[in-house]
Design a protein around this ligand. Structure first.
Ligand code: HEC
Length: 297
């Protein structure tokens, strides 16, 4: 007779181990998914850190050029005097007769960025919603970023397709400071003058992520299998123990049965004995009650 108890789920060995195995699979699965997700975010974080560092470097370069009020270089066909720079000593001649032209920060940056494109697919640009130089006009994405800076944002970042490849694009604002107003006369300090945007191809971060994903799959797979194997071994041991326990219980029951039978026998015998004694006493009583002489006749 197999009545199903409410704790049947946990008392039946195969079910208990089945449940444990299920829990183990869920734990391993959740950990894998969580790590994969974290890895995905890590790729974006790493790409963002690289782009941020690049923008920071451009900021530093800009600051350096500005701190000198621009830098003088020999004008060439490639680097002509900047028509958008209106300062008194833009073009000078040295005492030895060498012509020099002043390069302002945006000019230096643009020339470096276009002449020395980064090997890693990093592209930077300075831009504005109100550019002095039409070349610096913000594109659609930059306009969105600049609008967010005007609402107080400090960084704008997005993953998008550039030339069919996923890129991380980031922009940081350039706000007007006292030192800017000499050349940028129309703005007041604190205004968003423009910003520097930079993008990087996600390719190498994605392949890094794939490597990371393969490692995760392998390590989780191995740990998952070890866990299952441990459960299997433990299950075998437990079922052996419980089989032994069952055998012992059956033996005990048998012995108990025998004991009961024996006890019944003894009790029966005692009853019979008592009956005999009683019968005996009754006989004796009848004999004693019989008239004397009768016995001898
Ligand atoms: C020495 C003059 C000078 C100073 C100082 C200066 N700029 Fe400029 N800046 C220019 C010129 C000229 C251009 C545009 C010419 C170009 O792109 O070659 C420009 C361009 C820019 C641009 C790109 C958009 C545009 O207008 O073409 C931004 C953004 C900008 N400046 C921000 C600043 C900020 C912020 C400061 C102060 C921290 C500053 N500038 C200081 C001369 C200056």
């Amino acid at each position: 007779m197999n009545d199903i108890r409410p704790d049947f789920l946990l008392t039946s060995l195969p079910r208990r181990y089945g449940l444990l195995a299920l829990v183990w699979c869920v734990v391993a699965g959740v950990s894998l998914l969580w790590n994969l997700q974290a890895g995905k975010q890590d790729a974006v974080k790493m790409a963002a850190a690289t782009v941020r560092a690049n923008i920071q470097k451009d900021f530093g370069l800009r600051k350096w050029v500005n701190s000198h009020g621009g830098v003088y270089v020999s004008p060439t066909g490639h680097t002509p005097p900047n028509p958008y720079l209106n300062v008194p000593e833009r073009d000078v001649v040295t005492t030895t007769g060498k012509a020099l032209t002043l390069m302002n920060h945006a000019y230096v940056l643009r020339e470096i960025q276009t002449d020395f494109p980064d090997d890693y697919g990093v592209m930077s640009r300075i831009s504005s919603l109100h550019p002095l130089n039409p070349l610096n006009a913000a594109d659609e994405w930059e306009s969105r970023a600049l609008a967010s800076f005007e609402r107080g944002g400090r960084e704008y970042l997005e993953i998008l397709q550039i030339n069919g490849q996923p890129h991380l694009r980031m922009m940081k604002p350039l706000r007007v400071e006292q030192e800017c107003t000499g050349c940028h006369t129309r703005q007041k300090t604190g205004d968003v003058r423009g910003g520097i945007s930079s993008s990087i191809a996600m390719g190498r971060f994605i392949s890094h992520r794939q490597e990371h994903r393969d490692n995760l799959l392998l390590s989780h797979g191995v740990i998952w299998l070890i866990g299952l194997a441990a459960l299997g071994i433990s299950y075998r041991r437990d079922s052996r123990v419980s089989a032994e326990r069952e055998r012992a219980r059956q033996k005990l029951e048998q012995q108990l049965d025998e004991l009961l039978r024996f006890q019944k026998l003894t009790v029966g015998r005692e009853l019979r004995m008592k009956e005999l004694v009683d019968e005996n006493a009754e006989l004796r009583r009848q004999i004693d009650a019989a008239p004397p002489g009768n016995a001898k006749s």
